[in-house]
Design a protein around this ligand. Structure first.
Ligand code: GPU
Length: 829
């Protein structure tokens, strides 16, 4: 660093960033003219976005620097959140809010010839995630910064995020999402690089003192390069860091020797092989596919992150025993479980610690969050695959397992069944490493993400581990959402109305303050404004639907929305069968009967994993039904069915505030938590749902009279499945009629939907669509009835919002900090 005597010059010129409208304009024009080499003659909206983003980026990075210096100086315990997915969405509006300079930018852009909303809309989403798990990681980062926790995220810098979805002739088509053309929010750190090893062999030898050591030799080297993304907190100077790793050929690998020897092509192909590691996000949600490249991604990212974390710790010259007092690492599902093995390897093989001491440090450091009980999503890696790719790690995994099984044997002598049930190694053909078991053994706390889910993991998939370790190792932290993005940014008018009654925006930092609006449920003016805001949000969505699908939908109709990944367990098929039932019913009605109906617009959105045929069939059915219903002049505006393509974070910000009702209708016991349920209620939409995930806790908070619940309970699901198998299976009458309509080609060629119907009618109806159908359509009738009582509906909406305080990720982060991480906030002056 620079000697003290010269620092005055530095301080005199230290960057400040703009402070007001004039300053913003100056920075904007400067960036347009120099950084972007443009001028007032060729500054289109995209360039204006770039100029605006660069001006805000300067502000962010100044605060980022201060935060990092402060955190290094104080050196208290830090949190590291390891996630393969960060579904960040757009950053500019959030930066404007958190820097508290949106008005300066609005006025400045106005004077320069632009509308701020148009500029914000130019930004490409950062879509490095699939769905709820990745978006949760983004909300948690927002809250960690807002609450001033010294916390870093670690992830992968995919060149291609989740694919862009197009709907062509009713089918999903995937288009690559190359999003890095212009990304002002990342800072490449070409000085922060580390070589990561793959393949090769583990060689056993003895050192000069006769101690057995292992050397990992040979194989390939790939270089990890850090890219940093600043994460600003709201109403604080704290700006944390998200570090994303990018892969490239290590300088040794893209070899000038090869190059000079004329092997240009093979030199280039090495380069491409290395770059493939961080090239693309795997597009599966709640599914494990066991591909080698995915395992490479996982190790590459864990090893780079651990190197970085350990390096930072070693600079402080503390004793290794202090590591867990300085470092908390949270594993977002099992994807980063190799970090446990890697830390043990670093401590034992590289730092020379004894196994037991190293293992105490490892377990004290890690916490593991489970996000699913679905068997197809529980990660397993084949032993031969790991043996080949990570020869030393597989040895360490076997040793971890050996010591664990010895511990179990001591506690439960001669219980062979128990040993084989809890072994990290599944004795299958080939043998498999059970990653969740490894994550549990290597962590001091394991949590689920909603009460029902945390109970379920303790009584089903992990029950043996509760028996072995006792219940204290397991806990619940119910998910939440950030109110900054999901209330204030997505629904500014609602946020402003609430602020006008609560005397300011403190509720964005303490969401429980929302309870203060409940006393306005009888205030006619307030209710009227509330209702007008909902209508305005519906008009905005109707405009988007018109622009993107060509369909006109009436904003006075009931907007009924289901947006989330397409999955059989989430049961979009139940919804669309319900829509068909409604369509058939309307068709059979007299004009008099039709007059009493509440017009409905069904809005669907969500991506199917490219290899998930049943999910793709569901998308096709929704679009086929839409085509028939929307063009049926006999139906008119009574029913519309819309599929919004390419559902993502920025679309969610338009869609969610426009709902009258939204659907959270998973088979009970399958949706770990769900988080869009929280977003919809916070925006004044009511929900129809099963007693699953966080629906249960939302109901407890806002009370049962404000939720439309239906369907079988989680505790009865297994028995129902059994009864399908052995007692025979009769289809619900109304569902049978829906199937008849499909099978008589009402919605195009019935052959397309044959397997979807067969999975229910002939193959056991695993997701209980038929069992829940009657309860579902009856509850939808209650929704129709209640929607007509406009005043009561608005009162329900207001009351629900007022009671949503619990579901902020601020509360979630405080719970993790207190019960898992043991970290304190650190305020940056
Ligand atoms: N979740 Br596992 C995903 O979005 N993707 C996954 O691969 C796995 C879980 C979701 C859960 O399905 C959802 O219920 C939960 O709210 C979310 O994680 C965050 O915990």
């Amino acid at each position: 660093s620079i000697p003290e005597s010269l620092r005055e010059t530095w301080r005199k010129h230290s960057a400040q960033g703009f402070v007001d409208k004039d300053g913003f304009e100056r920075e904007f024009v400067q960036h347009i003219e120099t950084t972007l080499a443009r001028s007032l003659y060729n500054c289109d909206e995209l360039a204006a976005y770039s100029g605006t983003a660069l001006a805000f980026r300067d502000k962010l990075i100044i605060e980022w620097n201060k935060t990092q210096q402060r955190q290094t100086f104080v050196d208290q315990k830090r949190v590291y959140y390891l996630s393969l997915e960060f579904l960040m969405g757009r950053a500019l509006d959030n930066a404007m809010l958190n820097i508290d300079k949106k008005e300066a930018a609005r006025d400045g852009l106005g004077e320069l010839g632009f509308r701020i909303e148009d500029i914000i809309n130019q930004e490409h989403d950062a879509a490095l995630g699939n769905g709820g798990l990745g978006r949760l990681a983004a909300c948690l980062l927002d809250s960690m910064a807002t609450l001033n926790y010294p916390a870093w995220g670690y992830g992968l810098r995919y060149r291609y995020g989740i694919f862009k979805q197009e709907i062509i002739d009713g089918y999903q088509v995937e288009v690559p999402d190359y999003w890095l053309d212009f990304n002002p929010w990342e800072f490449p750190r070409h000085d922060v690089t580390v070589d990561i090893q793959f393949y090769g062999q583990s060689i056993r030898h003895q050192d000069e003192n006769g101690k057995v050591k292992y050397d990992w030799v040979g194989g390939e080297i790939v270089q990890a390069v850090a890219y940093d993304v600043p994460i600003p907190g709201y109403g604080t100077k704290t700006t944390n860091n998200l570090r994303l790793w990018s892969s490239k050929a290590s300088s040794g690998e893209f070899d000038f020797q090869k190059f000079n020897a004329g092997e240009y092509e093979s030199a280039v192909s090495d380069q491409q092989r290395a770059e493939a590691i961080s090239a693309v996000l795997y597009p599966n949600d709640n599914l494990d596919r066991g591909k080698e490249l995915r395992l490479k991604q996982q190790y590459f990212w864990c090893a780079a992150s651990l190197w970085d974390i350990v390096r930072r710790f070693k600079k402080t010259k503390r004793a290794w025993s202090e590591f867990p007092e300085q470092v908390a690492i949270q594993l977002n599902d099992t994807h980063p479980t190799l970090a446990i093995v890697e830390l043990q390897r670093i401590l034992v093989d590289q730092e020379g610690l004894e196994w037991d001491e190293a293992w105490r440090i490892v377990v004290g450091t890690f916490g593991y969050t489970n996000h699913t009980v679905l068997p197809e999503a529980l990660e397993k890696w084949s032993v031969p695959l790991m043996q080949n790719l990570l020869p030393r790690h597989i040895q360490i995994i076997y040793d971890i397992n050996l010591f664990f099984l010895q511990y179990v044997e001591k506690k439960f002598p001669r219980d062979r069944d128990l040993l084989s049930q809890v072994s990290v190694i599944e004795e299958s053909q080939p043998k498999m490493v059970r990653m969740a078991y490894l994550a549990i053994i290597g962590s001091h706390k394991v949590n689920g993400v909603a009460e029902l889910h945390s109970d379920l993991i303790q009584t089903t998939i992990f029950k043996n581990f509760v028996k072995i370790y006792g219940p204290d190792k397991f806990t619940n932290v119910t998910n939440g959402i950030t109110p900054r993005r999901w209330l204030h940014q997505a629904n500014p008018r609602l946020s402003d109305l609430i602020a006008s009654k609560l005397g300011g925006y403190d509720f964005l930092k303490d969401l429980t303050l929302l309870s203060g609006i409940e006393r306005y449920v009888d205030d006619a003016d307030f209710c009227k404004e509330w209702s007008e805001i909902k209508t305005a949000n519906k008009v905005r969505l109707a405009r988007h639907i018109k622009e993107t699908t060509g369909y006109t939908v009436p904003p006075t109709a009931l907007f009924d929305i289901q947006v989330k990944r397409i999955h059989e367990y989430k049961r979009q098929q139940l919804n669309i069968f319900g829509v068909i039932h409604r369509y058939l019913k309307i068709k059979s009605m007299t004009p008099e009967e039709r007059k009493k109906l509440v017009p409905r617009v069904l809005i669907f959105g969500g991506k199917a994993a490219p290899g998930y045929w049943m999910a793709k069939t569901i998308i096709h059915l929704i679009n086929s039904v839409g085509k028939v219903v929307n063009n049926d002049s006999d139906i008119g505006d009574l029913l519309k069915v819309i599929f919004i393509e390419d559902y993502n974070v920025s679309k969610a910000e338009i869609i969610i505030p426009a709902s009258d009702i939204s659907e959270h209708i998973s088979t009970a016991g399958t949706e770990a938590s769900g988080t869009s349920n929280m977003k919809f209620v916070l925006n004044g939409g009511l929900i129809i749902g099963t007693l699953d995930g966080a629906n249960i806790e939302i109901t407890r908070e806002i009370t049962e009279s404000n939720v439309f619940l239906f369907g079988n309970l989680a505790e009865d699901v297994e028995e129902l499945r059994q009864s399908h198998r052995y007692a025979g299976f009769t289809l619900d009458d109304n569902l049978a009629k829906v199937f008849d309509a499909i099978q008589s080609n009402t919605f195009g060629d019935a052959g397309s939907f044959e397997h979807l119907i067969a999975s229910i009618a002939d193959h056991g109806d695993y997701y209980l669509v038929s069992d829940d159908f009657d309860s579902y359509i009856k509850t939808q009738e209650i929704v129709d009835r209640d929607f007509k009582k406009r005043d009561e509906w608005i009162a329900k909406s207001i009351t629900s919002v007022a009671r949503m305080g619990f579901f902020s990720t601020d509360r979630v982060i405080d719970e993790y900090a207190e019960s898992i991480w043991n970290v304190e906030p650190l305020v940056v002056e």
